[in-house]
Design a protein around this ligand. Structure first.
Ligand code: SF4
Length: 384
């Protein structure tokens, strides 16, 4: 309320006595996820006698997905796009909700051919649609669309499929792949290498000679905004050098505006957390959540950081279960709480994490300490 224009990204300090939490200024649910969850519950309420399906996991949060399942929703596909049930079971009488990530043109067609009104409960986030529109516009100007994203992620698959209708498209995962692409553009690598290096990640009929002459970059909205920007800046430089007679750099289209505000805000708030001097950090969110992993990557470069799904992973004051991004496995760490007092702890969460989870993690962590100040007292201190 004190910062309606969201200019201040510094963390809020909640001083509980033996523990001081540095709570990220922006964390948790974004507009797209909140909207998608609301529509899902509405779909259930409005259709008590119908089968209600979700095309795939609504968000990367097991707790929310589990609750929806308990209320009767069924998932048609898993997060990799594999069918979890027989598509023939879905009929025109059923309700199918399209998740916030959106879906591919092919799946939308398949649903329509069954007589399902996909627009009725389509929760595709407007910020994802904005990326699709941008891709269409790029295609209209004969630019190839470079999608910075993870090729296996639902949103990237959906964006690729929409972009592919209007423009030659490629998915690149990181700066390393951008450099490989630059090697092809500059002629340092054989053109044919393109098809091997980017196998399964380019549109059908892609012509590496013709289709890499004019390019623009869009992104999976939950990637690291700074990484997308760095890739776009790098490729712009490459095109500028490769086409010195093009002062307006028409061979490269600037697309800064496809970055999602929520991902940006959560990431900016994380950069501010990194400026603090804390003893450890917790990032709360689903293990398979892309935007949460990026927050973990940032924080673990500064502090001992524990990526946890919920308060249940705080097993005791001696043991914490958490996800290791590098090994891609969950494991247990011991003696994770340093002995100094007061203890400074950074805490934040990804876009698919309900705010109550942050609450529960803080409360569980505080239960390991004596003489903790009551919540009301701490809250009254920050609202004074
Ligand atoms: S992270 Fe951004 S693009 Fe994705 S659902 Fe949320 S608001 Fe929409």
């Amino acid at each position: 309320m004190q910062d309606p224009r969201k200019r201040d990204f510094s963390p809020v300090v909640l001083d509980f006595g033996p523990v001081r939490f540095y709570l990220a200024r922006h964390f948790g649910f974004c507009y797209g996820v909140e909207n998608a969850i609301e529509i899902s519950y509405k779909a259930l309420e409005e259709n008590p006698n119908k089968n209600v399906y979700l095309l795939s996991q609504m968000i990367h949060n097991q707790e929310v997905n589990g609750d929806l399942e308990d209320r009767g929703i069924r998932f048609i596909m898993d997060t990799e796009g594999n069918s979890l049930m027989d598509w023939d079971e879905v009929t025109a009488d059923d309700v199918v909700i399209i998740p916030a990530f959106g879906t591919t043109v092919e799946i939308e067609k398949q649903l329509r051919s069954k007589g399902i009104q996909t627009e009725q409960y389509n929760t595709t986030c407007p910020f994802v649609e904005k990326v699709w529109n941008r891709a269409e516009k790029l295609g209209g100007q004969d630019h190839t669309v470079i999608i910075h994203g993870k090729s296996e992620h639902e949103e990237t698959r959906a964006t690729f499929s929409h972009s592919d209708r209007h423009a030659a498209s490629i998915i690149i995962r990181n700066m390393e792949e951008a450099k490989l692409l630059a090697g092809i553009i500059r002629g340092e690598r054989d053109l044919n290498e393109f098809y091997e290096l980017f196998s399964g990640k380019y549109s059908e009929g892609f012509d590496a000679e013709k289709d890499l002459q004019k390019i623009g970059v869009v992104n999976q909205t939950t990637m690291l905004a700074t990484e997308t920007q760095a890739i776009a800046d790098y490729l712009k430089r490459v095109m500028k050098e490769h086409y010195p007679d093009d002062p307006e750099v028409e061979h490269f289209a600037d697309t800064r505006d496809t970055l999602c505000y929520a991902t940006n805000d959560n990431q900016d708030a994380t950069y501010q957390l990194m400026k603090t001097k804390v003893d450890l950090a917790f990032v709360v969110g689903g293990y398979n959540s892309s935007n949460t992993s990026h927050i973990v990557e940032l924080l673990e470069s500064k502090f001992p950081t524990y990526f946890i799904k919920s308060e249940e992973e705080l097993l005791s004051s001696k043991e914490v279960q958490h996800f290791n991004l590098h090994s891609q496995q969950a494991g247990t760490s011991t003696d994770y709480i340093p002995e100094n007092t007061p203890l400074n702890v950074a805490i934040t969460s990804g876009a698919s994490c309900p705010d109550t989870l942050i609450d529960r993690v803080m409360m569980k962590f505080l239960s390991f300490f004596d003489e903790v100040k009551p919540v009301e007292e701490v809250l009254s201190e920050i609202t004074q």
